[in-house]
Design a protein around this ligand. Sequence first.
Ligand code: MN
Ligand code: ZN
Length: 505
Amino acid sequence: MKIAVEGCAHGELERIYDTLALLEQKENVKIDLLLCCGDFQAVRNQDDLNCLAVPQKYREMGTFHKYYSGEKEAPILTIFIGGNHEASNYLQEMPYGGWAAPNIYYLGYAGCVNVAGIRIAGLSGIYKGRDFMKGHYEKPPYSEDTKRSVYHIRNLDVFRLKQLQQPIDIFLSHDWPRGVYHFGDVDKLLRAKPFFKEEVLTNSLGSAPSQELLSVLKPKFWFAAHLHVKFPAIVTHTVTDEEGDKQVGVTKFLALDKCLPRRHFLQVVDIPHNSEQPIKLSYDPEWLAILLLTNHLLSVKATTQYMPGPGGTDRYIFNPTAEEIDAAKARFEDDLLIPLNFEQTVPPHDPTGHPASRPPRYSIGPNVNPQTTTFCESLGIDDPMVLIGGVRGVGSPFIAKPRGDDEEETGEETDDGPSSLWSISTSGTPSRSSLVLPSPKLTEDEQEQEMEKPKEPSKETFEPPRITEDEEDSSAQNMNESSIPSVKRFKRRNYNLYQCGSEDD
Ligand code: MN
Ligand code: ZN
């Protein structure tokens, strides 16, 4: 099965699908699945855009809303994880995954699904030590702090993933596992990104929890994004088998760039699948059992929470037994096909911006998504959004109350200002003051931050990648993947690094 892998999407969903359509036409192939490694920007409307932690000048509506509203249909089954530029208020509605739009599936804080016999797991967000031990306490409307902490990964989600025992085919993360660069052409990486040198030398670039996951799970493939550079590596693991013999296992790692013209943002890999099964998403029974067995560890508090370990009387290993897996499956009556139950929970962006077409005011607080409710009720686990006081969104019968008539008149005054009906300000302070542009320095944990844009994006044409062997990249060949050669280097005049002052300091 042909799987397209995308680095950061940064809201450019339409371009990605257009590029894939060109590729399919040119190469006469069919792409069965698209995987996106975060910075997806599932922005439904202006309120979502306000939740995005991104400098004002890069705050763009993007094209996801077209797929959310139904104006366009995602042509390829798409799975994505979250990064550090997300409509986190929307992703928080689906902590265990769900359809962000028809045919576009978010994997959750952590998740594992099956597609025609291919097992795909992933972890959303980026690692930041300060928030790692906390519960999922953030909720919209966010402060300037929680707008950023909300996408930092938590120990519970890593702990859950570490319980997976059955083999993983593909793992998705946004930031790279720490140390992975030592398994590839690190000199070439540093030529492209010289400012990573010190962190590479001190082995401090990337996520330590993901490094641990990589060594525990040993997936066949690991795809990542965030640093906005293509980087393949072959990671070797030493595995001791039952007879005590040492074997070498291998993970093919690939990081990709973001979606810009003539950049390595897409890669097609061919992975054998079970052709007897439809190319549809199914829940993973082992993962369901882990969610069920660890539900008591879920916290929505900002306080430190340790994961259980040896020494106490409580269970601390949650590798599910066959019986526990069967029990989890039984809760879904053994039908693990993920239901196609997408529904809108807030009104989509209206490109016309006509006041008359604006919907009544709705809650910008934590929304409870009916998909999550269905999932949690079936499995018998808690929805963190409910624990934190979420309310049903507008897609459900429990609609947030419309505005009073007296307030409605103000809706015509502005289009985008914080007082408009559409953009109810999420916090008192605008984010502009916290940005330093451009900065020669990168914050310690946010190395990806070079947000360059094509000078005239409308005139840029996206060359479809060709399915050919990539000669300069031998490990890519070994991956049995079709590579996308870059014809020309994108000129880097606009090489602005930015630093989000309050981002993570
Ligand atoms: Mn990123
Ligand atoms: Zn990115």
